[in-house]
Structure formats: C-alpha cells, structure tokens
Write a protein that binds this ligand. Structure first.
Ligand SMILES: N[C@@H](CCC(=O)N[C@@H](CS)C(=O)NCC(=O)O)C(=O)O
Length: 206
C-alpha cells in the first residue's frame, strides 16, 4: 500500500492526501515533522535528504516534493482527467502548480506562520499585513485567469487545482484583509463541494 510520510497539518502533505482521496488511492500515513519530529533522523533523511514532508513510498519507489508527487499519482492513476493527456492542457495545470511553489508560496507561508504558528505577542503584524497584501495581489492574477473557467486549467478539475487550492482555503480562512476576487471565490466555493477537499484541506488550521 502507498505510504505517505508527513503530518496532516502541512499544506504540502494535504496536497497528497487530497489527491489520493480524489483518486480513491488507499494509503497509510505516518506522522512526521512539526511536533512529531523524526524528519531529522537518519532513517527519514535516507528517504528524503531535505528532511521535509511529504515523502511517499509507493512499493519501494520513494519520491519527495509535494507537487511532483501529485503529478506522479495523477499520471499513474488519472491520465486523461487529473493529468490531462493533451500537452497544452497539461501545461496549463503544470503552470499553476509551479506558480504555487515559485510565486505565491513565500507570502502565503509568511501570513500563515505569522497568524497561526506565532503567539500573538510575538507577531510582526507589519510583515504579516505586507505578505497578505502581496498574496492578495497574486491571487488577483489567478482571478483574471479564472475568468470564464471553472478550474485553473479550464472547465475540468485537474492536478493544477490541488496546490493552489490548498492555499485558497488558508487565504479565505485566515483573518486578513482580502481584495474582492469573484472568480477565485467562485472557484473556492466549487472546491469546497468536493468531499476530498473538505476532509483533507478544510480542517481547522494548526
Ligand atoms: N518543496 C517541498 C517543501 C516541503 C516543506 O517545506 N514541508 C514543510 C511542511 S509544509 C516541512 O517539512 N517542514 C518541517 C516540518 O514539518 O517539521 C514540497 O513541496 O514538498
């Protein structure tokens, strides 16, 4: 059975859990990272030298980098749906996966860590508000590209919705000022109707 190593409070682990649940892939998950630790132990570092979560073990095939794992599982179990067969359509999904990692990850991390994992007396509200404004600007770019589309890569749910969809929940759940982004909001409402999203991405933020 597929093994997923990583605590379920991590957005990067949630991507993999959500993907598995969408595809009906059975898995065993082990708590690693955060308060559970073990990610700096030799046994884990032998699997993932970065000491980060998630890592998967698929019958001896070990893989890390959450978006790559989502691509791997989608290609293996959902070619033609989550993993579009058409190279152009697939690259639309890929684009938003890379964008999550390269562009919106930094500000979203700063907002999330500042408000959820930092005690109130230690919060740098100026830095948090600056990061929230930057994230709002970036979600604005997604909003423009979602015009006339149901999902990030077109009219169908794909792997491209998963990484940035995990951040969408945080964006709407955190107590921050948000620009009014109608297309992003409508897309988020659509994601919320998916049982796999509700189960793995929407639990309280910790
Ligand atoms: N680019 C990596 C980043 C992985 C990452 O930074 N994971 C965080 C959790 S979101 C982590 O392992 N933090 C250390 C910990 O949980 O102890 C990926 O997408 O898998």
């Amino acid at each position: 059975m597929l093994k997923i190593l990583g605590r379920k409070s991590s957005s990067n682990v949630q991507k993999v859990l959500w993907c598995c649940a969408e595809l009906g892939i059975a898995f065993e998950r082990q708590d690693i990272g955060g308060d559970f630790g073990k990610n700096d132990e030799p046994a884990y570092l032998a699997l993932n030298p970065n000491g980060r979560v998630p890592t998967i073990d698929d019958d001896g095939f070990v893989l890390w980098e959450s978006n790559v794992i989502v691509r791997y599982l989608s290609a293996k179990y959902a070619a033609g749906s989550l993993w579009p067969n058409d190279p152009g359509q697939r690259s639309e999904a890929d684009r938003w996966m890379d964008w999550q990692n390269s562009t919106i990850n930094g500000p979203m991390r700063d907002v999330f860590w500042g408000l959820v994992r930092t005690p109130p007396e230690k919060r740098d509200m100026a830095a948090i508000n600056k990061a929230a404004a930057e994230a709002g600007k970036l979600f604005g770019r997604l909003d423009e590209k979602l015009a006339g589309k149901l999902y990030v890569a077109g009219q169908h749910f794909t792997m491209g919705d998963i990484p940035v969809g995990c951040f969408a929940h945080r964006w709407f759940a955190l107590p921050i000022e948000r620009p009014d982004l109608k297309n992003v909001k409508a897309w988020y409402e659509r994601l919320k109707t998916r049982p796999a999203y509700a189960k793995h991405v929407m639990p309280p933020l910790t």
